[in-house]
Design a protein around this ligand. Structure first.
Ligand SMILES: [Zn+2]
Length: 210
C-alpha cells in the first residue's frame, strides 16, 4: 500500500523477526506487514540476515541438527490456522477473531471496542470511532501501537490513514480525533490493560467539580 507513511520502527521489526515480540504487538506488526509492501520487504531482509547469523553460529552443530533448526526458522508457526482477509480486517486480525465477527462493546458517544486478546503481557483490541469523534481519554502503562484499518485519525503527532501505525509511549498525552470521511477502525495493542476513564465523569467535571 503506497499511501502508508507511518511504519513499524526498526527495533520493533527486529524483535518481531526474532520472535521475541509479545503476542499483542505481533498481531499489530503482522497486520501492518500484510498491508505494507515496504515493511514486508524490510522484514524479509531482517529474516535473511537472521538466517545468515544462524548459519554462522551453527557452524559447529551437526549437519542434521542445523538442517532441522533452519527448517523450523522457515516455518515458525506450523499449526496456526490461516484466515482470509474479510472487509477491512486483515488475516492476522481474522486469526484473532477466529474467523468470527468482532464482538463490539460500547464505550459511549458511539465509540466501540472489541477485545481480541487480553493477558498478562497486555491486550490487543479493535476500536471503532465515529467520524469526527475524539477517542475517549485514556491512559496506557507503556508502549501503545495503533494501526488504522479504515478511515483515519489525527493527533498532535500527525495524521494517520489506512495502513499507518502510531507508536506512542507513556509520555505521549494524545487525544486522537477520527477523520470526518468515515468511521475510523483501528487495531491497538498495549502492554498494560487500557484504562478508559469514561466520558461522562470527564464531561461533568467542570460543572460538578469532581
Ligand atoms: Zn510499513
Amino acid at each position: 500500500m503506497s499511501s502508508v507513511t507511518h511504519h513499524i520502527p526498526d527495533h520493533i521489526l527486529t524483535a518481531y523477526a526474532a520472535g521475541s515480540l509479545s503476542h499483542v504487538y505481533s498481531v499489530v506488526v503482522a497486520a501492518h506487514i500484510s498491508m505494507c509492501d515496504e515493511c514486508r520487504a524490510r522484514l524479509g531482509a531482517q529474516e535473511a540476515m537472521g538466517g545468515v547469523v544462524m548459519e554462522q553460529q551453527s557452524a559447529d552443530l551437526s549437519a542434521d541438527l542445523k538442517a532441522s533448526v533452519l527448517d523450523m526458522l522457515d516455518d515458525p508457526v506450523p499449526d496456526t490456522p490461516v484466515y482470509a482477509r474479510q472487509g477491512v480486517f486483515p488475516s492476522p486480525v481474522m486469526a484473532e477473531l477466529k474467523g468470527q465477527k468482532p464482538k463490539w462493546k460500547s464505550l459511549g458517544l458511539g465509540v466501540k471496542q472489541s477485545i481480541l486478546h487480553s493477558g498478562p503481557e497486555g491486550s490487543v483490541r479493535l476500536l471503532s470511532i465515529p467520524p469526527g469523534q475524539a477517542v475517549p481519554d485514556h491512559s496506557h502503562g507503556g508502549l501503545e501501537l495503533t494501526l488504522v484499518l479504515q478511515g483515519s485519525f489525527s493527533d498532535e503527532s500527525g495524521r494517520f490513514g489506512v495502513g499507518d501505525v502510531e507508536v506512542a509511549d507513556e509520555d505521549v498525552d494524545h487525544i486522537p480525533i477520527a477523520g470526518v470521511e468515515a468511521t475510523c477502525i483501528c487495531l491497538a495493542a498495549t502492554d498494560a490493560p487500557l484504562q478508559f476513564k469514561g466520558l461522562m465523569p470527564r464531561l461533568l467535571q467542570p460543572i460538578f467539580d469532581i
